[in-house]
Design a protein around this ligand. Structure first.
Ligand code: FAD
Ligand code: NAP
Length: 338
């Protein structure tokens, strides 16, 4: 394990923000992880474990240690005629894991095709897209409590999964290293086409005809048509969560905004489209200096040049302020800000 001093993180975060970290290491296997956790200097200092850097905004130099998780491997640990348990290492790219499942004929993660980042980070915000969430296929995970070095496993209930949330964003925030995740996948054909975006892409009869590979490719196409490629435009996906409100708030808003885009989550709990709120405040495709929102989806903040993390954060705050003034709704960042 090589320790590099004053390392630039520009290529390690999809916003492309150019900040440095005082000590950088890449963890390629279990030995590297053990060696780092036993390092006395590392124990004392501020620290952060990094995956693909696709859900993170660095607003200043990182005065401590950053360890990038690059451990690799997918393996079947149990199977029967109907289901299979696959264990995947935290450093696997999420989309490589999806490709592995598609090639093996394992159903359940195809709607989550092409989400950037790593397997290890996926449970942290219970990644979701096109009507599917990680929790739908999650079995368990393993990792290490950073403060104590204690190994710990979590089953689904213990992870406290919620909309873009889990125990790893609360009690264990920045204090638990996820090393392996196990998924329960279907061997029998079963697709979920309920999400609205599928309607304009599916032809009559497609639902019964399509193969697993074709569904995964379809999801990739839908994503590429609507969402920016981080290699071209620096971004971290949706900057904010969709806010959740009660029925009274929905009725109040509908009196002034009849076209309010919202979805019922459960009794008396509704999710409002954050992209719609931002767009209605005039921010869709708007730039301030080198920062702006994507022209096809106002929820995605873009670094159009060499913006600093602080400039991106200030821009996000101007969006929050505008949405609060116009709708009385608070937007909470989904992106992890450091
Ligand atoms: P990072 O950004 O590296 O880290 C995020 C947080 O997790 C940090 O706090 C970090 O310390 C922590 N972390 C990372 N790995 C570990 C680990 N092994 N153990 C403990 N902590 C760890 N998200 C969705 O949910 N749905 C989408 O459809 C989606 N689309 C996106 C599209 C684009 C273009 C982009 C840029 C992002 C998108 N995202 C989406 C957000 C992002 O891809 C996910 O949140 C992803 O899971 C982040 O993974 P990462 O490895 O890049 O995490
Ligand atoms: P979209 O289809 O334009 O939809 C806009 C919003 O409406 C989404 O946030 C979505 O919530 C919600 N929505 C749409 N149909 C819904 C339904 N039937 N039930 C409940 N909620 C519904 O979104 P998009 O921007 O093109 O993104 C497509 C998918 O990829 C979405 O699922 C989105 O979450 C995901 N995505 C996530 C990120 C990220 O960084 N988190 C980035 C890009 C895309 P949900 O977000 O809950 O689905």
């Amino acid at each position: 394990m090589e320790i590099v001093e004053n390392y630039s993180l520009k290529k390690l975060n999809t916003f492309g923000v150019d900040v440095s970290v005082r000590f950088y290491v890449e963890l390629k296997n279990e030995n590297d992880i053990n060696e780092l956790l036993e390092n006395q200097e590392f124990k004392k200092e501020k620290k952060l474990f990094l995956g693909g850097g696709s859900n993170i905004l660095f607003t200043k130099e990182f005065d401590g240690w950053i360890a990038k998780i690059s451990t690799k491997g997918n393996r079947v640990i149990e199977e029967n005629e109907k289901e299979v348990l696959v264990e995947s290492s935290a450093g696997e790219k999420w989309n490589d894991f999806v490709t592995y499942c598609v090639e093996k004929g394992f159903y359940g993660v195809e709607n989550l095709s092409l989400i950037p980042g790593t397997v290890g980070a996926a449970p942290i915000q219970n990644i979701g897209a096109y009507g599917a969430e990680l929790k739908d296929v999650f079995e368990s995970l393993e990792g290490i409590i950073i403060q104590t070095g204690e190994k710990k496993s979590f089953n689904k209930k213990e992870c406290q999964f919620d909309y873009r949330n889990s125990i790893f964003k609360k009690k264990y925030k920045d204090d638990f290293l996820i090393t392996k995740v196990t998924f329960r996948l279907n061997k029998e054909k079963k697709f979920n086409f309920n999400y609205r975006a599928f309607q304009s892409y599916l032809k009559p009869g497609d639902q019964n005809k399509l193969t697993l590979r074709e569904v995964s490719e379809l999801v990739k196409k839908i994503r590429r048509d609507k969402l920016p490629n981080p290699q071209k435009y620096g971004n971290a996906g949706s900057f904010f969560k969709n806010p959740e409100v009660d029925a009274d708030k929905i009725h109040e808003l509908q009196e002034s905004f009849a076209d309010l885009v919202h979805f019922k989550v459960e009794n008396d709990k509704y999710k409002i489209s954050a992209g719609w709120l931002i767009e209605k405040c005039g921010f869709r495709g708007k730039n301030i200096g080198k920062v702006g929102t994507y022209k096809k989806q106002a929820l995605v903040i873009i670094n159009f040049g060499d913006a600093t993390g602080d400039e991106i954060k200030k821009f996000s705050e101007s969006i929050q302020k505008a949405v609060l003034n116009k709708f009385g709704v608070n937007l909470t960042p989904e992106v992890n800000i450091y």
